[in-house]
Design a protein around this ligand. Structure first.
Ligand code: FAD
Length: 692
């Protein structure tokens, strides 16, 4: 935005055409996101429409998919689902970074990120909905859970969000009858021994004291290691219960930069001192996505708005110099300082070498950001909202009051029950990662026996939802499991409207694990008596490394006599499995994709196509579980690992070997019955064998 406005100020529309591609039609003013989440300003005050701010710039609300620096071309979504291309004279890449919750298992599924406007709006709605649910419940433990808010990371964003959430919830308790301020728990988890590592220790200490006084619990020297539906697991083994988790740590390189053929360091594009990408004369990179050395101190620019804005201005001036044939100037900027609001009309500030804290710093924070807002209309709006907030209570209207989201994600740790036999059906779940075991019990409230294992791509919950009855099996996480879940309304709508899905689900109902168990009465006792190791074949001859190219994988597969390969990851642990059918599907998919069809097989990595964590069984499983798992998935082989905690592949198990074993057992049972007087048990076995 700053680049476009500076360039337009220097060159008229008749001298150059400027096209600004942004996936959204507005610019987000990030420092005010916490205020949006805490309902101290209205949603629209922190977002400024680009075309109103830049009337002489062509603003396109379109996502750019690829930039071909060699051909000076961009490929973008044309709005109809196809790719359009555009040639450029100069390209400026300023796509920022993306939040990356996947650095902590379960965060993607259960935590709020804090980067875009949607995150702040969703968080605000969620906080208010938790207060409504706390008001409605009579269970004190559940009420406490609804009123517990966990913020992970105590950098600027984490501290500001914690301050705002605390302020919103505590100041609103007077409008509810079922809970008081004391029931509210706002926790801030941070791995270091002090918060706000970016500011001077004395200011960080001031912020800590003020926040604790305001009721925020600081959990220092502690890391969050997983998030589940119930809360956050900490590295010291504690489980912090809470219905709201906000994760302010973790960034990822934008896909646009990932696929860019340019030098990068730690995911950021390396530039020359004038901000042109190294090795390119007409491509520039700015802001959080670029690694620009600041000539002022010879250090990499910080990933802050302060720097991004200066990059934009100076790069535009450099471009004008290039067009005029003048020498460019290196980026040079002396940082102005840091400001952080900590809630309750308090802030800390480091400006021009001075340390300021308390109300004065808070006033400074508000004044600076008010004048940093890009337009006068937004300045008036925010000033009005802030004044309103001083005089009136925060807005508790909850617009999305129809409750559960139709489509959600979930993460479970090993041993967690995902559904229990006899419970009413609520959701339809598809396994995205990990494995679960299916348990069936004939005694109420007992976990029951394992009758099968489900893995990636499998689903459950469909039978109970389709037939409108309680679950007939329990599902327990065998490994850490990621699920995608559709609520019952969405599931019914999908299953009712899409004939192919209906058919798929109907077939799945008839092959679910319980049915399987009933259909194989003879197999179960025979297989359960036998150790799995007696069925295990050696590993396929050519174990593949997961980082090989697609071309190498095809070569290896052609050399393998069985047409099956086990893929190894770090420390030679099981990463994936591959057979001819999988490879054919990958190649067919590449040929159909406009972006992939021209790339060679040796250029693409196996990991671009193959999903990790394949379905497997461990040496501790019974052969019946392996047989049921293969039958359930319509597959004929499975990798076997030493244990699920330590997935070192030790071999493979094949359907044909199990069938051979069963045939042999049945045949000998019949021979024995013919040659000797049968005991009642044997008679029963013989009857079963005959009927089988
Ligand atoms: C909660 C929060 C608070 C912050 N507070 C401060 C603060 O107080 N002070 C400070 O200096 N900094 C702050 N920052 C950091 C600051 O916001 C960033 O450093 C700054 O926004 C980076 O600017 P940028 O232009 O590089 O990227 P961004 O501002 O992230 O802009 C990138 C834009 O590119 C768009 N985009 C991405 N990919 C594509 C694509 N493929 N096609 C089209 N468009 C695309 C995105 O939608 C986005 O609009 C804060 C950040 C956060 C998240």
């Amino acid at each position: 935005m700053k680049f476009a406005s500076t360039l337009r100020g220097k060159l008229s529309p008749s001298e150059c055409e400027i096209l600004l591609f942004n996936s959204e039609n507005h610019m987000v003013f990030h420092p005010l996101l916490a205020d949006v989440a805490g309902a101290s300003i209205n949603v629209d005050a922190a977002a400024t429409p680009l075309r109103q701010m830049l009337p002489k710039v062509g603003c396109r609300t379109e996502r750019v998919h690829r930039i071909d620096l060699a051909a000076s071309e961009i490929a973008f979504d044309d709005g109809r689902g196809a790719l359009d291309r555009l040639h450029y004279d100069h390209v400026v890449i300023a796509c920022g970074a993306e939040s990356n919750l996947s650095i902590i298992p379960g965060m993607t599924e259960h935590a709020f990120a804090f980067k875009v406007m949607r995150d702040a709006i969703d968080l605000r709605q969620h906080i208010v909905s938790q207060m409504e649910q706390a008001e409605a419940t009579n269970d004190p433990q559940r009420r406490r859970w609804h009123l517990s808010f966990i913020i992970v990371g105590a950098g600027f964003s984490g501290v500001e969000v914690a301050g705002e959430v605390n302020e919103l919830v505590r100041s609103s308790t007077r409008f509810y009858h079922n809970f008081r301020k004391d029931d509210v728990v706002v926790s801030l988890v941070h791995p270091k021994d002090h918060i706000l590592p970016e500011v001077a220790p004395a200011l960080a200490e001031f912020a800590r004291r003020k926040m604790e006084k305001a009721g925020i619990t600081l959990i220092l020297n502690t890391r969050a290691v997983a998030a589940t539906h119930e809360g956050v697991e900490l590295n010291d083994g504690r489980m912090l219960a809470g219905a709201t988790v906000v994760c302010t740590i973790g960034t990822a390189t934008s896909p646009l930069v990932q696929y860019l053929d340019a030098p990068k360091e730690r995911g950021r594009i390396l530039t020359q001192p004038d901000m042109r990408i190294q090795g390119h004369s007409n491509a520039w990179a700015l802001g959080d996505c670029a690694l620009i050395i600041n000539a002022y101190d010879n250090k990499p620019s910080l990933t802050t708005g302060q720097f991004a804005e200066r990059h934009g201005r100076q790069a535009a001036l450099n471009l004008v110099r290039v067009l005029k044939g003048e020498p460019t100037r290196p980026f040079s900027f002396k940082a102005l300082g840091e400001l952080c609001s900590i809630g309750g009309y308090q802030a800390v500030a480091e400006m021009f070498g001075m340390h300021i804290s308390g109300f004065l710093a808070w006033f400074l924070w508000r004044s600076v950001y008010l004048f940093k807002l890009p337009t006068w209309s937004r300045r008036f709006k925010v000033a009005l909202d802030w004044t309103w907030d001083l005089l009136f209570p925060r807005d508790l209207s909850f617009l999305n009051s129809n409750g559960a989201k139709p489509f959600t994600f979930a993460y479970y740790l090993p041993g967690d029950f995902i559904q229990r036999q006899g419970d009413p059906a609520r959701v339809f779940s598809v396994i995205q990662e990990g494995q679960v075991e299916v348990l069936v019990s004939d005694v109420p409230n007992e976990p029951g026996k394992v009758v099968g294992v489900l893995g990636k791509g499998d689903f459950f919950g469909n039978a109970a939802l389709t037939e409108n009855r309680p679950h007939q099996a329990s599902i327990r996480a065998l490994t850490a499991v990621r699920l995608r879940q559709a609520n019952s309304a969405l599931f019914s709508e999908m299953a009712g409207s899409f004939a192919p899905l209906r058919e798929l689900l109907a077939n799945a109902v008839t092959r679910n694990a319980r049915e399987l168990w009933r259909r194989l009465p003879l197999a179960k006792p025979l297989l359960d008596r036998e150790p799995l190791s007696s069925f295990v074949d050696p590993l396929p001859a050519y174990p593949l490394r997961h980082d090989v190219s697609l071309g190498d994988a095809i070569k290896c597969l052609r050399e393998s006599s069985s047409g099956e390969l086990v893929v190894l990851g770090e420390n030679n642990r099981l990463w994936g499995k591959l057979d001819r059918k999988d490879l054919y599907q990958v190649i067919a998919r590449m040929a159909a994709s406009p972006l992939d069809k021209h790339s060679g097989l040796s250029q693409r990595k196996l990991t671009d196509f193959l999903l990790p964590d394949p379905l497997c069984v461990s040496l501790q499983d019974s052969p019946f579980v392996a047989a049921g798992t293969m039958l359930q998935h319509g597959i004929t082989w499975l990798p076997v690992v030493r244990s699920l905690d330590d997935p070192e592949p030790v071999g493979c198990i094949r359907e044909e070997k199990i069938v051979d074993f069963l045939l042999h057992k049945v045949a000998s049972a019949q021979d024995d019955a013919a040659t000797s007087a049968a005991t009642p048990a044997e008679q029963s076995l013989q009857r079963r064998a005959e009927s089988a």
